[in-house]
Write a protein that binds this ligand. Structure first.
Ligand code: SAM
Length: 325
C-alpha cells in the first residue's frame, strides 16, 4: 500500500492480546491476573482473514505483539497459519521472554523468522522494580536458549528509562559482545505511563557507550523492518542499535500500521485508533475489509506529534500494553 505521502506500507504489527504476565511500570496499569483473551479480542480466524487482506494489499511483514503474545492460547498455531498465507514473507514476535522456553521449539517449527525480546535491566532488584516480577534469571536463560535456534535475528529491546535503568546500559550493551545479538536502545515515548518517565536521548547514551567500548562505526543498512540504526562495535559479535523516535523522528520513512487486540487499525503510535474493523473480519465482508484498510492507510498521518506539549485532542491516551509497541 502507498499512502498519500508516497510511503510504502509493507509492515503490520498485530497485537493479539492486551494482557501481560509482567507489569512494567512504564507500559501498563493493568493488574494482569486473568490471561485468557476476553470477549472483544480478535479471534484466530479474524486475525487470519485480516492477514490475508493485508497480504493482498502488499503487507509482507507481520509482527505479533501484545500485551504478552505468548500467553494467548493457541499462539503457535496462529503464527504457523499466518506464515502459510501467500505473500507473507516474514513473521516475527516481540515478547518479554519469560515463558519462551515452553514455546521456542514449536515457534521455530511454526516458521517464526525472528524475535525481539524486551530487557530493561539485568540487576535482579531493578528488574523486579520495573516489571513487578522476580524473573530475570528465567529471561536470561531463555535468551541463551533462543540463540540456539538459528532464528534470522534475536534483538534485545531496552527502553531508556533514564534514572530508573541508566546504570544498566553498559551491561546490557555488553550482551552483544560475545553473542550474535542486536541490542537496541529505545527512547521512551510519552505514551500512557511512559509519560512519567524521565527522557534521555539515544545520542547521549551512544556517547556514554562509546566511552566504554570505543567509537561506534555507523552502518547505513538497517536490519529487519524497523527504524533502528545499527552500529558495529570493535570486538563485538553482535551490533548496537538505537531507535530515536523522539530525538530523530523517522516518520518520513514509516512503513507500518498497527492493529490492536480489539480489532482496530492505528496508523500512527501517537494518534488515536483510526477505526474499528472488527465487524469486517469475516469472509462475507472481505472485499469491504480490503477497501477499508486501503482507504484508512492512504490517510496515514504525516508524522507523530509527541513534541506537542498541549497534546492535540487526537492524541492517544492508552498505554503501550494496549497498543503493542
Ligand atoms: N510483551 C511484549 C514485550 O515485552 O516485548 C510485547 C508488548 S510491549 C508493549 C512491546 C515493546 O514496547 C516492549 O519492548 C516495551 O519495552 C516497549 N514499550 C512499552 N512502552 C513504551 C514506551 N512508552 N516507549 C517506548 N517503548 C515502550
Amino acid at each position: 500500500m502507498i499512502d498519500k505521502y508516497k510511503r510504502s506500507i509493507d509492515y503490520a504489527r498485530i497485537s493479539v492480546i492486551d494482557k501481560c504476565n509482567l507489569n512494567c511500570i512504564y507500559c501498563t496499569t493493568k493488574e494482569n491476573i486473568n490471561f485468557s483473551p476476553e470477549r472483544g479480542t480478535i479471534s484466530d480466524s479474524e486475525i487470519i482473514i485480516l492477514c490475508k487482506a493485508l497480504s493482498q494489499l502488499g503487507i509482507k511483514n507481520i509482527k505479533i505483539t501484545g500485551g504478552e503474545p505468548l500467553i494467548r492460547n493457541g499462539i503457535v498455531d496462529l503464527i504457523a497459519n499466518i506464515k502459510n498465507i501467500d505473500g507473507i514473507e516474514n513473521i516475527t514476535l516481540t515478547t518479554n521472554g519469560i515463558i519462551l522456553d515452553k514455546y521456542i521449539a514449536s515457534l521455530k517449527k511454526a516458521g517464526l523468522d525472528s524475535m525481539n525480546i524486551s530487557l530493561d535491566a539485568l540487576d535482579n532488584d531493578l528488574f523486579k522494580s520495573i516489571t513487578g516480577h522476580n524473573k530475570i534469571n528465567e529471561l536470561l536463560k531463555n535468551i541463551e536458549m533462543a540463540l540456539e535456534y538459528n532464528f534470522s535475528s534475536i534483538k534485545i529491546n531496552c527502553v531508556l528509562l533514564n534514572d530508573l535503568n541508566h546504570s544498566e546500559y553498559v551491561n546490557i550493551a555488553s550482551l552483544a559482545k560475545h553473542k550474535n545479538i542486536f541490542v537496541r536502545f529505545i527512547e521512551v515515548m510519552p505514551i500512557g505511563e511512559g509519560k512519567s518517565q524521565g527522557f534521555i536521548s539515544s545520542e547521549m547514551i551512544k556517547i556514554e557507550l562509546e566511552k566504554e567500548f570505543g567509537k561506534f562505526e555507523g552502518t547505513t543498512r538497517t536490519l529487519g523492518n524497523g527504524p533502528a540504526l545499527y552500529y558495529n562495535v570493535a570486538n563485538f559479535i553482535g551490533k548496537i542499535g538505537f531507535i530515536s523516535a523522539i530525538s530523530n523522528q523517522f516518520c518520513h520513512k514509516c512503513n507500518r500500521i498497527r492493529i490492536t487486540s480489539d480489532g482496530s487499525i492505528k496508523n500512527c503510535l501517537y494518534y488515536k485508533k483510526n477505526a474499528s474493523i472488527k465487524h469486517l473480519l469475516n469472509e462475507e465482508n472481505f472485499k469491504e475489509l480490503k477497501e477499508t484498510l486501503y482507504d484508512i492507510v492512504y490517510e496515514k498521518e504525516k508524522s507523530h506529534d509527541f513534541d506537542n506539549t498541549n497534546e492535540s485532542r487526537n492524541a492517544d491516551m492508552e498505554n503501550m500494553s494496549d497498543i503493542g509497541g
